[in-house]
Ligand binder design. Structure first.
Ligand code: DGJ
Length: 729
């Protein structure tokens, strides 16, 4: 899969679907030659620009070219390239020019894990091949290692960077991105997922313009506002046609991702840790490691790009027993009771849930300390006996007695100023020296750069998990980082805090998810502020958004599916009027939208009517019959909620024998007519039986002629169809 041409110093990473070609020119400059559909040739230098452009500094050894105009594969600062570099170093005298030379490389079968950081993985060495190129800065003894992996049967390249100080001079890293790749043109649209709380991951697509266009987070999380994902797509690319290059950072803290279009209309794609208020001292013997970027190529549209991400993440990012297991249908008490509950109420909800076929009762915020609202007790992970007089073990046993699992909410990264923990350890929160730290939702952030804080959380959360039969944890995180600083670190390392903090979070998650491998963990951050690949490495599902309105969820789930698999999206049926939008949709509509995700309910079951109960029962029965193949199947987007009044998608089982179609017309329109909906992803040659149609139809008919979607004069009218291959016995 990786070929090295010694004469031209060219590396070609290649599989059936994709080629990625780079070379080391004049032993120094790493030049990007090609990335796209699989090709046979390695030697692509003939494509290089034939003239030295004006006002670009000469670069020794680069024939008729300059570092300012060449296409880099990892651009370094202060070398006469005036575009933004991927890496910028500085010595203790303020010198910033670092000249790296090729030192050696290694090509091997397999893929190395990145210590301390989440990443995609392999299960056997044949699944991938890797290349590591070492570049050395001889004056300083700084080694830069560029790592590339190509998966054998996926159009996926992953990359990361390691810097090691093998010399005796301390240096400072001022900027270190995971990629900086120059495309040879700018004929693309950039796609990004932007939003806000309750409106996460809306698809934004725009033409590239000269200069920099980027998205970023400086919130200490990947954020509601921008997701660490961008794609460059051909101008005519749509769901099924055209080229799409997708980039996703496997990281959950401050990031930057964007494109710089230069004077020659070349496009530099960059992604990595946000350089804002970041720097890192690299002393003798120390190593700095960047997060991984997953890069996907598709020449069959944006839909295929998404499906490549989905299967990789489902199979080789998510870990643990729940990677392959069916997820339980849950009932969460948050929107049912908020903070006002007691053991009796939780039991009553669980009882109805169990009668209706639900499998897991989740007790959300408010069961610990003295937490009757959001002003206190975070950090005090001890049972509130006022609400649960017989303790957690007793409640768990009662719920288990109803043939239901029991789950619990935690917010382990936070501390309330009104808490025993804060009173005992005020120095354990993230803060700077002069001002009192800013509060958000009445809380502060624990300083996970401190080992003792990480140990305390592992002990206290672990203690609760050990104390009774808890089989699910919702791991919440309800504020962004401000006042980023740590009293546990010296002044010259204060700009390391945001990154060190997330390393601490990953460390705690690794320890707890390893010890409690039987527990299903769901990550959450005020809904979807941390729906990212970093979190998925530890927790196989994410609470997609606090917005449970079925209409809003069309956009949220559709947008999220650009990158992330639907099996990871927590999706609940909640009460109406919806608590976030005030909208009233039918039970059926709410269910139709939620069932493609990790399905559950979030409302007071004790107040359901008999009619609603039988609807819920039927929803759950149907969900259980297809949840396994839907979760592990392929997802095709058919009609976009961002482009019109209708949304449609289809889940197809991986053997293409079954499918589930969802269509919703959001607002009723007068004097309209139904429409034909062309399906996707089926096997053209298979015959299928489809709900509501007498005759079995071939896949090619369903995909080209389509099905007829009727019309009703109601808002939010949704339908689902089950499709099953007709056995030709
Ligand atoms: C934010 C989450 O997104 C909600 O689902 C809920 O768990 C609350 N936090 C509890 O405080």
């Amino acid at each position: 899969m990786i070929h090295f041409n010694k004469e031209t110093m060219t590396f070609h990473l290649k599989n059936r679907d994709v080629s990625y070609v780079l070379s080391v020119e004049n032993n120094r400059n790493i030049s990007h030659l090609y990335w796209g559909a699989s090709i046979n040739d390695d030697e692509l230098n003939y494509l290089n620009r034939p003239t030295l452009p004006a006002f670009c500094p000469e670069t020794e050894g680069i024939i008729r070219n300059s570092r300012d105009s060449m296409r880099h594969d990892y651009p370094i600062n202060s070398q006469g390239d005036f575009r933004m570099p991927a890496i910028a170093l500085e010595d203790m005298d303020g010198n910033t020019r670092f000249e790296f030379e090729y030192n050696q490389h290694r090509i091997f079968e397999g893929k190395s894990l990145i210590e301390g950081l989440p990443s995609t993985y392999i299960e056997s060495d044949e699944e991938a091949s890797s290349l590591e190129i070492d570049m050395i800065e001889k004056n300083y003894g700084i080694m830069l290692t560029l790592t590339y992996t190509i998966y054998e049967d996926r159009a996926v390249i992953t990359r990361n960077i390691r810097v090691s100080n093998t010399g005796d001079k301390t240096c400072r890293i001022n900027r270190i991105l995971s990629i900086g790749i120059d495309f040879d043109n700018a004929d693309y649209d950039m796609v990004q997922l932007s939003g806000a709380w309750a409106r996460e991951r809306e698809i934004c697509r725009h033409t590239l313009v000269r200069g920099n266009q980027d998205i970023q987070s400086i919130r200490g999380s990947s954020s509601h506002q921008q997701n660490p994902f961008i794609a460059l797509v051909g101008k005519n690319a749509d769901e099924v046609n055209g080229e799409a290059y997708g980039f996703n950072l496997v990281y959950s803290s401050n990031f930057i991702a964007g494109v710089e279009v230069d004077q020659f209309a070349q496009s530099r794609v960059y992604m990595g840790i946000n350089p804002h208020e970041f720097s890192w001292l690299l002393e003798e013997g120390e190593v700095f490691q960047t997060p991984e970027v997953v890069m996907v190529y598709s020449n069959e549209g944006i839909g295929k790009m998404s499906r490549i991400f989905h299967s990789l993440y489902r199979e080789r990012l998510i870990r643990g027993k729940f990677r392959d297991e069916e997820r339980p249908v849950l009932i969460n008490n948050w929107e049912a009771t908020y903070f006002e509950f007691n053991a009796e109420k939780i039991e009553a909800i669980a009882k109805v849930g169990s009668e209706l076929g639900m499998e897991l009762m989740v007790l959300d915020d408010g069961w610990f300390g003295q937490r009757d609202d959001d002003t206190s007790s975070l950090g005090d992970w001890r049972i509130d006996y006022k609400k649960l007089p017989d303790g957690l073990e007793d409640l768990t046993k009662r719920v288990n007695g109803m043939a239901m699992q029991f789950g619990l909410w935690f917010e382990p990264e936070m501390v309330s100023p009104d808490s025993e923990l804060y009173r005992a350890h005020p120095e354990w929160c993230i803060r700077q020296k002069i001002y009192q730290p800013i509060q958000s939702r009445n809380q502060l952030v624990l300083d996970y750069t401190r080992k003792e804080v990480c140990d305390y959380i592992v002990e206290s959360v672990g203690g609760i998990l050990r104390s009774c039969n808890i089989q699910y944890v919702k791991w919440d995180c309800n504020r962004s980082l401000t006042d980023v600083g740590s009293s546990g670190l010296p002044k010259e390392r204060q700009r390391e805090v945001a990154h060190r903090h997330i390393l601490g979070v990953y460390n705690v998650m690794e320890r707890l998810t390893t010890e409690f491998g039987h527990v299903l963990f769901e990550s959450c951050s005020g809904g979807g502020a941390r729906f990212d690949a970093g979190m998925l490495h530890y927790m196989p599902q994410v609470w997609t958004s606090d917005d449970t309105d079925a209409v809003q969820r069309l956009k949220i789930q559709y947008g999220t599916s650009l990158v992330y698999p639907i099996c990871a999206m927590g999706a609940h049926v909640s009460a109406v009027p919806n608590h976030q939008t005030g909208r009233v949709t039918s039970f059926k509509t709410r269910g139709d939208v939620a069932v493609t995700g990790a399905f559950g309910y979030e409302l007071d079951l004790t107040s359901l009517t008999e009619e609603e109960k039988s609807l819920v029962k039927e929803q759950i029965r149907a969900y259980k019959s297809y949840r396994k193949w839907v979760a592990q199947g392929d997802f095709y987007r058919i009609l976009s909620p961002f482009e019109g009044n209708e949304t449609a998608w289809i889940n197809v089982s991986s053997d293409k024998s079954k499918a589930l179609v969802m269509h919703m017309r959001v607002l009723s329109e007068p004097n309209t007519y139904g429409r034909r909906l062309k399906l996707q992803g089926l096997d053209e040659t298979k015959q299928y039986k489809i709900t509501g149609i007498e005759k079995a139809l071939y896949g090619d008919t369903l995909m080209n002629a389509g099905i007829y979607v009727g019309y009703k004069q109601v808002d939010f009218y949704s339908q689902v169809w089950y499709i099953e291959e007709v056995s030709l016995k």
